[in-house]
Design a protein around this ligand. Structure first.
Ligand code: NAG
Ligand code: NAG
Ligand code: ZN
Ligand code: ZN
Length: 490
């Protein structure tokens, strides 16, 4: 019997209380473990729609979530609740998700000003007041040391950030939340757009040292969320979701956390004051450092020589990909946002080479080398990445340069080298008679395509810093444009 169906049997039997097969002791999964895993994945690996995936009902989806979680923590990716995975799930951690919709809805991911106030609403009986105040102050200092931000404690008036100790079910301005008693979830916080408050589970035993849960360490992490950071999968960073007890006296912020917070707020005003002599050799490179926000200043959307790697629509916005960054243009709001691709898809590390959206299915496809992903907003769909050859490309095709979905004819065009293919999305098959020569079917175009888009009855082929605009029905060249009007540049 394959392991997967074996596990499925255990689960179904557990639910229906039929006779259990003999389970090897090491892999024994109790009903409690199952429930814990279900809650864990629901909370930290949420579905965009917020639907709960129940293991016994939807085993495939559950296995996909387990895989996502295993990938995040660098565990062996099995899609099964093995003992290492369960052990990881039982560790005390932060209540914020490791992946999730919150990334897409976060239109404003930082505070609009640098001087912020906070109020400590109540105190934990576990510690002296003065020790609580001290731990909170030092937790803010972790972030103010490396940014131009300042944090001032107030006891009356309207604060920016409210800090509370609460147990069990509680309400906060817009959300009902529940803490889970002692252990597991220790605290959670709200991103700047959601008010920026921080809640600590009163059912923990909070301490200034490591006898209980160290308040300073947890607060410093939560304040990272309050400032707009999400979780890092690099062990050793402050924004790693699991609580790792370490000496609070010798605490040093990880290079990765520094890069990410400075990406949002910049460096402190007086850089000389900062003691950031980190030994680079000892730091593991992470997904976020590979995405290197430091490249950012060199990418100016109004640079007339700028070229793009991929262009696609997504839910009414237009996305332009370049290296590890992307711009999102929202025509309704008229605003342009720029950020690391990893803000949206932490596992993709940028380098997207082609992209297209199927609006009807609300799916965006992203291509990189021989792999491609289907994503719904920022959630990578189960079963991906797949190999591009499953789409019907010959082995000689090593990568896709560009893709577009032509809404008029309901087919997807893929460009690679000097040829293009037409794919029938209804049949899920390449159409006969392809590949064709790009230059003979897009008269006037004699180059390779970097990025492609269909928009308002026009096909745009991007090549270098030029855009070739075609009438999508007749493939008539309307014009060659070298303009950044997509970005409203002067
Ligand atoms: C795609 O396939 C379907 C089903 O065979 C067919 O009805 C449709 O016309 C095809 N679309 C294109 C654009 O060829
Ligand atoms: C002034 C000008 O030519 N603007 C065009 C620039 O490119 C976009 C997209 O191709 C067009 O929509 C503009 O009309
Ligand atoms: Zn967290
Ligand atoms: Zn709360």
């Amino acid at each position: 019997m394959k392991m997967q169906s074996f596990l499925l049997r255990i689960v179904l039997c557990g639910a229906l209380s039929c006779a259990l097969p003999i389970i090897p002791k090491t892999d024994q999964i109790t009903k409690g473990d199952e429930q814990l895993a279900e809650n864990y994945l629901h909370n930290y690996y949420p579905d965009p729609e917020g639907t709960r995936v129940v293991r016994s009902i939807n085993n495939n989806k559950m296995a996909d979530k387990i895989r996502q979680m295993q990938e995040f923590f660098g565990l062996k990716v099995t899609g099964q609740l093995d003992s290492n995975t369960l052990d990881e799930m039982k560790k005390p951690r932060c209540g914020m998700p490791d992946i999730g919709e919150f990334r897409t809805t976060r239109t404003l991911n930082k505070w609009p000003r640098n001087h912020l106030t906070y109020r400590i609403q109540n105190f934990t009986p576990d510690m002296d007041h003065a020790d609580v105040v001290d731990a909170i102050e030092r937790a803010w200092k972790v972030w103010s040391d490396v940014t131009p931000l300042t944090f001032t404690r107030i006891s009356t008036g309207t604060e920016d950030i409210l800090i509370s100790f609460v147990a069990g079910y509680h309400r906060s301005n817009r959300f009902d939340r529940s803490f889970d008693g002692y252990g597991n979830e220790l605290a959670h916080a709200f991103y700047p757009t959601y008010g920026g408050d921080a809640h600590f589970d009163e059912d923990e035993y909070w301490t200034k040292d490591l006898k209980g849960t160290n308040l300073f360490l947890v607060a410093a992490h939560e304040f990272g969320h309050v400032l707009g950071l999400d979780h890092s999968n690099t062990f050793g960073t402050l924004m790693y979701p699991v609580y790792v007890p370490s000496n609070p006296q010798t605490f040093r912020l990880h290079e990765d956390d520094i890069k990410r917070i400075q990406y949002l707020y910049g460096q402190p005003e007086n850089v000389n004051d900062v003691n950031v002599n980190y030994d680079d050799d000892q730091l593991e490179p992470s997904q976020f450092t590979t995405n290197s926000p430091s490249e950012e200043p060199s990418l100016n959307q109004c640079d007339p020589h700028l070229s793009f790697d991929a262009v696609a629509t997504l839910r009414g916005e237009t996305l332009f990909f370049k290296d590890s960054f992307m711009w999102r243009i929202n025509p309704q709001k008229g605003n342009i946002e720029k950020g690391p691709t990893s803000d949206f898809w932490p596992n993709l590390k940028g380098g997207i080479e082609a992209a297209y959206e199927l609006e009807d299915k609300d799916v965006l496809f992203l291509f990189k080398g021989q792999k491609y992903w289907a994503t719904q907003a920022n959630i990578i769909q189960p079963g991906y990445p797949k190999n591009i050859h499953t789409l019907g490309f010959p082995r000689s095709v090593r990568k896709i340069d560009a893709a577009l979905f032509d809404k008029e004819t309901k087919r997807t065009l893929f460009f690679s080298g000097d040829e293009y293919w037409s794919y029938n999305e209804t049949q899920n098959a390449m159409e006969d008679g392809y590949p064709r020569d790009i230059s003979s079917h897009f008269p006037g175009f004699s180059s390779t395509v970097d990025a492609a888009l269909q928009h308002n009855g026009r096909i745009y082929l991007f090549s270098g810093s030029n855009q070739y605009e075609f009438d999508s029905k007749h493939r008539r060249l309307i014009g060659i444009k070298r303009n950044n009007s997509w970005f409203g540049c002067q």
